[in-house]
Design a protein around this ligand. Structure first.
Ligand code: 2P0
Length: 342
């Protein structure tokens, strides 16, 4: 079906849903900023109950792209969204502008990877609206161009985003390594602030690369961490995954803290939650933490410990809310009618 032949009689409109992901082996640093090519590979889990739902409508009457995010026009994100849509327009051979409507059922811009689920949902909805049917690896590549971590949210369960070595970045895409159902860990997200973060990931990563004396060590040690995490997941070895994941998280924060000026994403409740997770683990509870470029603490645990972990996090002063989720599936198309605010 040619795009141009359908523009006069039908809206090119489709919707998609994608879930945020949490990196256990972290992405931090870009070797190519415009292409979002990373300096390290990374490995994540995709979440279940948190989602972004996005509708994309291409139409001849639109003079420019428009974005409504959580019910409001968002000029700040529009440039990145337009640039991402350009990739799909180029494949479709169309110059049609689009109206994008997107909702998150979780706080935006607070270290909960809303850009990951956001760009994954955007790319899949635009792909469907234009009738492209691009393969998942290409969807992952295009999502990466919007936001690095979005490459991983195209897929469900345990996902690895390859470092790649091509200058055009075509091999720096994600792939699923183990299904969510094959090892259904649980995640409790301790929300300690709902404010938008002061320093975005891109700026933080670039400042780190420019000024942190630990950047070289970070790059040189990542492959061993990835190998260890892959082995832990393959063996369903929770303690081994806990150890390597906390190591990668603390190493990333140490790297960023050593930038000038240092990046401090934690608040007092972030620290308290990390200590509580370690206290629980010392008493035999199967749980570990990870923290991204924001103050929320993600506690990953075996299903048997989920209720106890969430209850313990709720007791911590400064923890505003605890979201509980399992591991989720890949980005999927949804009916346009289901994409409106839930
Ligand atoms: C990650 N983070 O692996 C790491 C760990 C935050 C800390 O990916 O600049 O929004 O759009 O590529 O993907 C958050 O950074 O950054 C992130 P851009 P992104 O999940």
């Amino acid at each position: 079906m040619s795009v141009m032949s359908t523009t006069l009689d039908a809206d090119l409109c489709a919707a998609a849903q994608a879930h945020p992901n949490i990196a256990l082996i972290k992405y931090w640093g870009k070797r190519d900023v415009p292409l979002n090519l990373p300096v390290v590979g990374s490995l994540s889990i995709t979440l279940d109950t948190l989602w972004t739902r996005t509708t994309v409508r291409f139409a001849a009457e639109l003079p420019a792209d428009r974005l409504r995010l959580n019910g409001r026009e968002d000029a700040k994100q529009l440039r990145k969204v337009s640039a991402c849509l350009d990739l799909l327009r180029a494949r479709a051979g169309t110059g049609l502008r689009a109206e994008v409507t997107s909702y998150n059922n979780f706080p935006t811009g607070a270290g909960l990877a809303s850009s990951a689920s956001g760009f994954a949902a955007l790319v899949l909805a635009a792909d469907a609206a234009l009738g492209l049917g691009l393969p998942p690896a290409t969807l992952s590549e295009f999502a990466r161009r919007g936001s690095g971590s979005a490459s991983r949210s195209i897929f469900g369960g345990y996902v690895e985003w390859a470092l790649g070595d091509r200058v055009d970045g075509e091999d720096s895409v994600a792939r699923p390594i183990v299904d969510a159902a094959a090892w259904p860990l649980r995640v409790a997200v301790a929300i300690t602030s709902t404010a938008e973060k002061a320093i975005g990931s891109t700026e933080g990563m670039n400042r780190t690369a420019d000024t942190s004396p630990y950047q070289r060590a970070w790059i040189d040690t990542q492959e061993a961490d990835l190998a260890e995490a892959r082995a832990a997941i393959a063996a369903r070895d929770f303690e081994r995954l806990a150890a390597i994941s906390e190591f990668s998280c603390l190493k990333m924060h140490a790297l960023a803290m050593a930038a000038r000026p240092g990046l401090l994403y934690w608040n007092a409740a972030t620290m308290a939650a990390m200590h509580e997770v370690r206290r629980l683990r010392a008493t035999g509870v199967p749980v570990f933490f990870t923290v991204d470029a924001g103050p929320q603490v993600k506690a990953i645990c075996l299903p048997s410990a989920a209720t106890q972990v969430a209850a313990a996090l709720r007791e911590i002063p400064g923890v505003l809310n605890v979201l509980e989720t399992g591991l989720g599936g890949p980005a999927t198309r949804i009916a346009v009618a289901d994409a409106v605010a839930a």
